[in-house]
Design a protein around this ligand. Sequence first.
Ligand code: SAM
Length: 289
Amino acid sequence: MDSLQKGWFSEFSPLWPGVSLSLQVEEVLHSEQSEYQKINVLKTKEFGTALILDGVIQCTEFDEFSYSEMIAFLPLCSHPDPKSVLIVGGGDGGVVREVLKHPSVESAYLVEIDARVMEVSRQYLPNMAVGLNHPRLKVHVGDGFKFMQNHEKEFDVIITDSSDPVGPAESLFQASYFDLMSRALKPGGIVCSQAGTLWYSLPCVSSTLQHCRSVFSSTAYAAASVPTYPSGQIGFVLGSLNKDTNFQTPLRIFSPSELETMKLRYYSKEIHSAAFTLPSFAREALSKV
Ligand code: SAM
């Protein structure tokens, strides 16, 4: 790996020029070129095992719960009764693990383009990949964009847990993808897509929100803190077919006993509402979309 020098991995991407996060590495556990991308698994000194695709950090054992819980429960708790859920990407299994904790979810479908990401995650990230073995999960290996073209009115919630908009995930950030998702949803359905950081990618966040707004009646951007993502912040674009959806106010509030069973470490009803309150510079930029 070019990005591994003197025991440190450094993350470089044209999406955040001039800045790089470095993690101290104890061991390279795995390295391969799959059909779609370069897959590396690193044992880091402070953040546990890290999955890196094409040189970009996808998750670390230390902080993945923040992202996995937020991308799952923001849309699920904004829907009155989510029963069928589609996850696009998400081959590490962390988001599926969270989705299937929600008491009303009956079935989940995962569409991941790269079977090797799932196999490598099963081997090196068992606490995330546990989600991939759930009996109520169906897995399809293939492209999420193509999958969406063949499904109509099937899902209550669609979560796009993709890598960044370069390489195989590029199509998942286009306007036509949001249109396809709106057709694959049942009436009143909700989408939630990984949408990047306000600090380095505001133009990309704005265009993703614009694509969402062009087909969904109610839309919003929510922010979460994840230290190993660029700028330590990531966000989600949400859209609902129901014009009365108010994303800031969750419809489903977990009881204390549900919370205990679910073992949530980041998501709560308070953080759900707070995630939609944006700093002024971002609120102003996104209000122009
Ligand atoms: N949470 C991570 C992030 O924000 O960087 C994403 C994690 S998950 C590992 C991303 C997955 O999306 C990868 O395994 C990748 O193979 C998958 N993916 C990329 N493009 C895809 C596509 N067009 N269809 C389905 N899966 C795709």
